[in-house]
Ligand binder design. Structure first.
Ligand SMILES: NC(=O)C1=CN([C@@H]2O[C@H](COP(=O)(O)OP(=O)(O)OC[C@H]3O[C@@H](n4cnc5c(N)ncnc54)[C@H](OP(=O)(O)O)[C@@H]3O)[C@@H](O)[C@H]2O)C=CC1
Ligand SMILES: Nc1c(N[C@@H]2O[C@H](COP(=O)(O)O)[C@@H](O)[C@H]2O)[nH]c(=O)[nH]c1=O
Length: 384
């Protein structure tokens, strides 16, 4: 390995190549949706040099392995006999792009280390098997990296393994648990820092969802604008009776808007919304006369939504929670007392504590003057 013939400096290999690949994978957030966020680092046979690196690009463009191979080529490095450290098992199928395991074999890679298996039924171990069949040493990295790689793609894992998105409920409340004053005013309870942090969670999502009452009260945009992103989530409103006014701000610009309603599929208003490029699905819940939340999740799955970000009022928050369909709560708390007003979620009333919904704290962090608390209903399943 010499610098003399290359216009690029030869870089030393990172001490922990898989950790470096994971850091690259983070850059695919807000870029690769709905494809998984993957990073790849290629090191020389003796482990001393970094030959190439990359992460997943926009859907339909190159995966991490291909970007790393291209990077090595651009740096003038020969990757024959090298090791590829990739945060997700290389794909073995022809999707929008050809199989990455074949590209690694063709490039003459001697060894491939993957952090975690790809739960996509079209891959699911076949990437590693194909590499081994071609004489490449293919093994798994340590469990800590597997966990980090899964966390980064928690929605992709959820959709592949459970056939439903990872559902995250974001709430912004006061110290006394209020999300709005009694008259509906709620802007702003939390600080600009906390709201920017909230946009970073929106960026992770394929869809941001709210209820019609919030759409009417706040006229929200529901987009990602306080942090950079290449891909905007779709905006979803649950609107049983199609009350959303055509003047709503979110209809004026930005990513697609999808409405779920309880009016019959043949209602003329649905056709008129669709003529305005608003996707409308009729999913009535016969018991409540409102939108059927199970049907919403099922439809979002067919639309390849990995992470669903809910930002609604106490009514809809309570409905999602009562239905047992929320995986994670992201709660911002501002150090202010609002007194009377709306709580976090309408649940109950219960006569005793038995039916209380119990959660596990995940993380607590200070964001500017506020707190961010995350909690989960259950730890994620890890598949290899
Ligand atoms: N601080 C914060 O984090 C936030 C605060 N807010 C505040 O919350 C207030 C609005 O909250 P809220 O009135 O509770 O409204 P929501 O945003 O929770 O919307 C509730 C409405 O959603 C519709 N809906 C459709 N399907 C369902 C279903 N299956 N279950 C329940 N509801 C369904 C219903 O109207 P229909 O049947 O007519 O369709 C229902 O009235 C505003 O003041 C807003 O500012 C809002 C978001 C976040
Ligand atoms: N009030 C409140 C929040 N409210 C949420 O933000 C939405 C507005 O989104 P946008 O129009 O895109 O800025 C609003 O409708 C509600 O869902 N969020 C917070 O982080 N902190 C807050 O204090």
């Amino acid at each position: 390995m010499s610098d003399l013939t290359s216009p690029f400096p030869t870089l030393p290999a990172p001490a922990d190549p898989m950790a470096a690949a994971l850091a690259l994978a983070e850059h695919a957030v807000g870029v690769s949706e709905p494809n998984p966020r993957v990073g790849c680092v290629i090191t020389s046979a003796d482990g001393r040099w970094l030959l190439g690196q990359g992460h997943t690009q926009a859907v339909g463009s190159a995966h991490a392995e291909i970007m790393a191979l291209r990077d090595a080529q651009a740096r003038g490095h020969d990757v024959r006999g090298a090791t590829a450290w990739v945060t997700l098992e290389p794909c073995a199928h022809h999707g929008r792009t050809p199989p990455c395991c074949d590209a690694l074999v063709a490039a003459g890679m001697a060894r491939v280390v993957a952090a975690v298996g790809d739960p996509n039924p079209l891959v699911n171990g076949q990437g590693m098997a194909r590499l081994r069949a071609a004489g490449v040493s293919a093994d798994w990295g340590p469990p800590t990296h597997a966990l980090a790689a899964t966390e980064l793609n928690i929605g992709f894992f959820s959709r592949m393994q459970r056939q439903r998105p990872w559902v995250r409920l974001k709430m912004a409340g006061s110290l006394d648990g209020r999300t709005a004053l009694a008259n509906g005013v709620s802007q702003w309870i939390t600080s600009p820092e906390a709201r920017a942090d909230g946009h970073a969670w929106r960026r992770r999502a394929g869809a941001v969802l709210t209820g019609i009452q919030t759409a009417l009260a706040d006229d929200p945009m529901l987009d990602v604008r306080h942090v950079p992103t290449q891909v905007q989530p779709v905006r979803v409103v649950l609107d049983s009776h199609l009350r959303l006014p055509p003047t709503a701000r979110l209809l004026q610009s930005g990513s697609p808007v999808w409405l779920y309603t309880a009016v019959p599929a043949n209602d003329a208003r649905i056709a008129s919304w669709q003529a305005r490029s608003v996707r409308v699905r009729s999913v009535p819940d016969a018991a409540t006369g409102r939108v059927d939340l199970h049907a919403v999740l099922a439809d979002l799955t067919t639309q390849s939504i990995n992470e669903l970000h809910i930002e609604a009022g106490a009514t809809l928050n309570g409905a999602w929670l009562a239905a047992g369909m929320v995986d994670e709560i992201v709660l911002y708390l501002a150090p202010m007392l609002l007194g009377q007003g709306a709580g976090l979620a309408h649940l109950g009333p219960w006569a005793d504590l038995t039916p209380a919904l119990r959660w596990q704290w995940q993380q607590i962090e200070r964001i500017g003057p506020d707190l961010r608390l995350t909690a989960r209903s259950a730890p994620p399943a890890l598949v290899r």
